[in-house]
Ligand binder design. Structure first.
Ligand code: SF4
Length: 80
């Protein structure tokens, strides 16, 4: 889990459930500045303040196994 500040300064909490990630990489295709893929073919979270909120949300929604968990700064779950 990582506290992440989006490009427009919105604070969110972002997590990748690496147990269910299947390395489909659609998150990386949509938000390559937020997500990376490691040598186990699992996604991980990169730097802060680079992608905007809508891009990150779109990337989370694109995950075929809903492995990306997005919460607001108060911990309320936004996705999935
Ligand atoms: S889209 Fe989902 S399954 Fe694919 S790499 Fe990203 S987190 Fe993993």
């Amino acid at each position: 889990m990582k506290e992440y500040t989006t490009k427009e300064g919105k604070k969110i909490i972002l997590d990748v459930d690496r147990d269910i990630c299947i390395g489909a990489a659609s998150c990386i295709a949509i938000a390559p500045l937020t997500f990376g893929i490691d040598d186990e073919s699992k996604a991980y979270i990169l730097n802060e303040s680079i992608d905007d909120y809508e891009t990150i949300l779109e990337a989370a929604k694109s995950c075929p196994v809903s492995a990306i968990i997005l919460k607001d700064e108060n911990g309320e779950q936004i996705w999935p």
